[in-house]
Ligand binder design. Structure first.
Ligand SMILES: [Zn+2]
Length: 282
């Protein structure tokens, strides 16, 4: 369904629902408020290697070895050990990491400000409710939804070097994570609008089942797992009934424009500055 049709449907649904309910506000008022909510623009931040999002906190996913001290991991004025334990579901009295692996290091605001001062921040995009962001910066589109070698290709393929940051295209809840045969390592998300998104051929995932994610939040890193001829992200969207949708109908910008904005951002900031004091998580 295209955007105007979607908005019209929502308006009709609200009108139908509300005609039976004669509250203090007229159904026209409520309809108008709903339409305004859909049109309202918000600023969305896109995670990168140096600043990421988890459970509403800004921070960075980091590989931590076992027996590492939590106090030392949460270096002074970078992160709060109490919050670190909370976000990573560790025991409040725990002082050391018991199992090596990926942990989220949430930044305290002062540290975020310091990063900002040194030119490290996230790309911001202004979007209306329901508008999707491209899940990966990528290099080029190598395959679209449609017929490919006599078979239906159900998603869009974006070539991206292994380990590229993959972000949530829209808000949703993580349904499933794991290896899915030809699709490799996948993250499945039930989007806020009822559609289902597949992020496939990943190297790693940075969310867990049941997590609520927001647009621009890191969900994984791209790769070449499963049946894949080269490192790329396969992004697929379906209805709950399994009907394939074309993701390109949901993005605000065509890929080339998205790429240009993302590249301009990288060039303008110190995100890729090797001199940056903050270590990337992968
Ligand atoms: Zn594909």
């Amino acid at each position: 369904m295209n955007k105007p049709t979607r908005i019209l449907c929502l308006l009709l649904i609200s009108a139908g629902f509300l005609s039976a309910d004669t509250g203090a506000r007229s159904s026209w008022q409520i309809m108008t408020e709903r339409a305004q909510a859909l049109m309202k623009e918000t600023e969305v931040e896109i995670d990168n290697r140096l600043i990421q999002t988890y459970q509403g906190y800004a921070g960075v996913w980091t590989n931590i070895t076992s027996t590492a001290s939590i106090k030392r991991t949460c270096k002074e004025d970078m992160c709060d050990p109490v919050l670190f334990r909370l976000v990573n579901e560790l025991n409040p009295s725990q002082n050391h990491i018991k199992k090596a692996g990926l942990y989220f290091v949430p930044f305290i605001n002062k540290y975020l400000d310091r990063l900002k001062d040194s030119g490290i921040f996230r790309q911001k995009v202004t979007l209306k409710k329901g508008q999707y962001v491209w899940p990966v910066m990528g290099i080029r589109i190598t395959s679209r939804v449609g017929n490919r070698w006599g078979k239906i290709h159900g998603g869009i393929d974006v070539a991206a070097s292994r380990g590229s940051i993959v972000v949530g295209a829209t808000d949703g809840t993580v349904m499933l994570i794991g290896d899915q045969g030809a699709y490799g390592h996948c993250v499945f998300v039930e989007n806020h609008d009822g559609t289902v998104a597949w992020y496939a051929h990943l190297t790693d995932s940075y969310v867990k089942v049941g997590d609520k994610i927001v647009r621009g939040q890191i969900v994984g890193s791209s790769g070449n797992t499963g049946r894949s001829t080269g490192p790329h992200l396969h992004f697929e969207m379906r209805t709950q009934q399994g009907i394939i949708l074309d993701p390109e109908h949901f993005f605000v910008l065509p890929f080339e424009e998205h790429l240009k904005h993302a590249q301009d951002f990288e060039n303008e900031t110190a995100t890729r500055n090797k001199q940056a004091k903050v270590k990337p998580s992968n």
